[in-house]
Design a protein around this ligand. Structure first.
Ligand code: PEP
Ligand code: MG
Length: 748
């Protein structure tokens, strides 16, 4: 009855309009009326500001009045932002548990946990959100949702007009000018969590080419002479030597030559002459350095050899560093040390440089969370968020950025209360945390043993393993040292790295994956002939079989390093039986050659393959006869089965590991392995995620290879799993083609 009353009143908005002295007053009258009629303690109206791409609280009753105009949410942020973005209602008896919930201190909101919120849309144009709150024990019913939707539709037209008027009031000439940077204050941007951790620091915008072009276009007013130049050259050399040493100590597998190329250029007579001679003749030193840089860039860019062309990055880096040491204050070149770097895109080698220079965090504009730059950031323990939002373009050097790498948010120039909220979490990171407590081995609730293996990308990942109950290395991504370095490592260099891996591997159980170069893992010094569709190009085992000299060196190094361990070798991205046999033959040939030369090596490795190409599924039973084991690479399997580029944030919503086709493929592989008595494991990111473990165990999978960071957490989850129940769940999931049903089973 009450609801009917309300609708009539809203229908008579005209009356409210006339009785209101201002727009603010009108909005205030509306929220009071809606709250009263719907027996809500709080009613709020958020209106969308399309210039700033944010929802602003424009009217409220029930909370402290100072919240009006202050509370601002990005689409997707908080309950209102979620309702707005998804264009569907949210009704929860405890809204504080909503995954995107944002709490605003000082509003008095904590007493009103029961939420009902619906979008306001005029025609097809989004206007804002109306939100009701009650005390927790007083939940909203389905009938309330319908009523509030009708109210919202009745309000839409008038609120649509209010929105337009308010946006005209708010817009300043600066905002209307295209290309002019807005000063960002208290801005929240929703992104994707690519690497865990929190960071709070000043921003440094762009590195490499973008930065070089910026300073190359700058006019230097102050005069810098020969003495200044000499000082800057010395300082730069010292810096580079320190960095090279630090990176070698920390990352011995990947560090080789990373700064050596810069040092060599710095010592090169012709480079030195190119920078000093003009200064001796009176040219301003920064201009001379930039001119020399330009000359070398032109020279290297014109080279037909990709190895030489890659040197362009080194020159850009070096010149920027030199200018910083020469005329840093004038050039306003912020450092990387203790900063958060904002970049459009990064090479793996950039990441390594940033890590060795002490970067605190990274905000990337593009990429996917299963991309290899993200995987590498996790190994280097650099908090990283991918934010595909044009507002990132408004961030300026020196803006304060707070990264929440756990859920993928960034805050630009956050308010004090937000910083305070994160302070403890940021501080906790700097104190080395006690190693997680784990049981000596992992089993399900009903006592079925599950092997927890580690995915290792860099030797640095091994540090954690000695503190964990880990059954071995289930996936060594051997390509990382290749792609970070400046050249292909030799057999002996590889041997050095692989020996360290074997020495540190728990139970001396190590699975080496041979080179998985290509896709988004192309070394900068190696350019594919065809850059289109790299994920479908000369990738992985295809690369190794085309470049057998490189492949043979790697296989020999693996066999030699693994002589005293339980050695498994697997080939990535296998697509046919012939390809597998060809790769296996090369391993056999290498063993025969090592035997002949009398070297120490492992002569009985298990030889298996990654399952990540959909074509393999249909002939998996044949593969089970010839391969010693399977490891399912769900990152690529999902990408290729669903035709979704794993590095493209724009299609991230289509990247669904629990798609019914993927689930059935996993089960089929597990069944084929079991029937043939072969081992099968999962080594893609699905094994990291607690939500998928029950399904995987229900499929019969007993070995999970994961990022070590998740191991302790996942051991606990597995300890709660009952195998019979897991099998029943798996059967239910396999019986449906409906993604929503699968999500309900897995995540609700
Ligand atoms: C995978 O594809 O799931 C996998 C483990 O390999 P990568 O992520 O290195 O491609
Ligand atoms: Mg893969």
């Amino acid at each position: 009855m009450d609801h009917l009353n309300l609708l009539l009143n809203i229908g008579q908005l005209d009356w409210v309009f006339k009785g209101s002295s201002s727009i603010e007053n009108l909005l205030g009258n509306i929220v009071v009326m809606v709250a009263r009629h719907m027996h809500a303690d709080v009613c709020s109206i958020y209106i969308y500001d399309h210039v700033k791409d944010e929802l602003v609280l424009r009217a409220n009753t029930g909370l402290k009045p100072q919240a009006i105009g202050k509370i601002k949410l990005k689409p997707g942020e908080g309950i209102a932002g979620t309702v707005f973005e998804k264009n569907e209602p949210v009704c929860m008896s405890d809204g504080f548990t909503h995954s995107s919930f944002r709490y605003f201190k000082g509003t008095g909101e904590e007493r009103y946990k029961s939420f009902l919120s619906v979008p306001i849309v005029s025609g097809d144009s989004p206007v804002g959100v109306i939100m009701l709150q009650r005390q927790e024990n007083n939940r909203f019913e389905n009938s309330d949702i319908k009523t509030l939707q009708i109210v919202a539709s009745q309000l839409a037209a008038v609120l649509g007009n209010i929105k337009m008027i308010m946006s005209l009031q708010d817009a300043t000439p600066g905002e209307m000018t295209r290309g002019k940077k807005e000063q960002l204050a208290g801005v929240f941007l929703k992104g994707k969590a690519a690497s865990r951790g929190y960071a709070y620091a000043k921003a440094t915008l762009a590195i490499g080419a973008e930065r070089f072009h910026e300073i190359a276009g700058q006019a230097f007013g102050e005069k810098y002479g020969l003495d200044d130049l000499q000082r800057a050259l010395k300082k730069t050399e010292k810096e580079l030597i320190t960095l090279q040493k630090a990176v070698e100590d920390k990352l011995s597998d990947a560090a080789s030559m990373i700064f050596n190329a810069h040092l060599l250029i710095l010592k090169d007579k012709s480079f030195l002459a190119a920078v000093t001679a003009p200064v001796q003749k009176g040219k301003n030193a920064p201009d001379a350095v930039i001119a020399a840089g330009r000359k070398y860039i032109a020279l290297f860019s014109a080279s037909p050899d990709p190895y030489m062309r890659e040197k362009v990055h080194d020159i850009e880096d070096l010149v920027t560093r030199l200018i910083r040491n020469l005329a840093g204050r004038e050039a306003k070149l912020p450092p990387v040390h203790q900063r958060i770097v904002i970049a459009a895109d990064l090479y793996p080698s950039d990441l390594l440089k940033l890590s060795s220079e002490g970067v605190k965090g990274i905000v990337l504009l593009s990429g996917g969370v299963t991309s290899h730059v993200s995987i590498l950031a996790r190994s280097l323990q650099i908090p990283m968020v991918i934010v595909n939002d044009k507002a990132v373009g408004n961030i300026s050097d020196g803006d304060r950025i707070l990264i929440d790498g756990e859920i993928g948010n960034i805050y630009v120039n956050p308010a004090k209360d937000i910083v305070k909220e994160f302070k403890d979490r940021i501080d906790e990171q700097t104190v080395p945390s006690a190693p997680p407590v784990m049981k000596p081995f992992t089993e399900t609730k009903d006592g079925v043993r599950i092997k927890l293996m580690a995915n290792v990308n860099l030797l640095k990942d091994m540090e954690l393993l000695s503190h964990l109950s880990c059954d071995g290395v289930g996936l060594y991504r051997s390509e990382f040292p290749f792609i970070i370095r400046k050249n292909f490592p030799t057999e002996e260099e590889q041997l050095f790295v692989y020996r360290k891996l074997v020495e540190g591997a728990p139970s001396k159980d190590v699975t080496f994956r041979t080179l998985d170069i290509g896709g988004d893992k192309m070394p900068a010094y190696w350019e594919p002939a065809n850059k289109e569709n790299v994920f479908l190009g000369l990738r992985s085992i295809r690369f190794s079989l085309k470049h057998q000299d490189i492949f043979i060196q790697q296989v020999r190094a693996i066999l030699r390093a693994g002589y005293n361990c339980d050695l498994k070798i697997m080939f990535p991205m296998i697509f046919s039986l012939e390809e597998f046999l060809q790769a296996r033959d090369i391993v056999m040939t290498c063993m025969a050659a090592l035997e002949k030369s009398g070297g120490v090596f492992n002569n009985h490795p298990k030889i298996g393959m990654m399952v990540e190409v959909p074509a393999v599924i249909e002939i998996i039973e044949e593969f089970a006869r010839i391969a010693d084991f399977f490891s399912i690479g769900t990152n690529d399997l999902v990408q290729y089965m669903l035709a979704v580029d794993r590095t493209n944030d724009e299609v991230a919503e289509y990247y669904i590991p629990h798609h019914p086709a993927v689930l059935r493929a996993i089960k089929r592989v597990a069944d084929a392995a079991k029937a043939a008595g072969k081992d099968v494991s999962i080594c893609g990111d699905m094994a990291n995620k607690a939500g998928y473990l029950q399904f995987l165990i229900g499929c019969g999978i007993r070995t999970l290879s994961m990022n070590p960071v998740y191991m302790a957490e996942n051991q606990k989850v597995i300890g709660e799993i009952d195998v019979a129940q897991a099998e029943a769940l798996t059967l239910r999931l396999l019986a449906t083609g409906d993604i929503n049903m699968i999500e309900n089973e897995l995540f609700s």
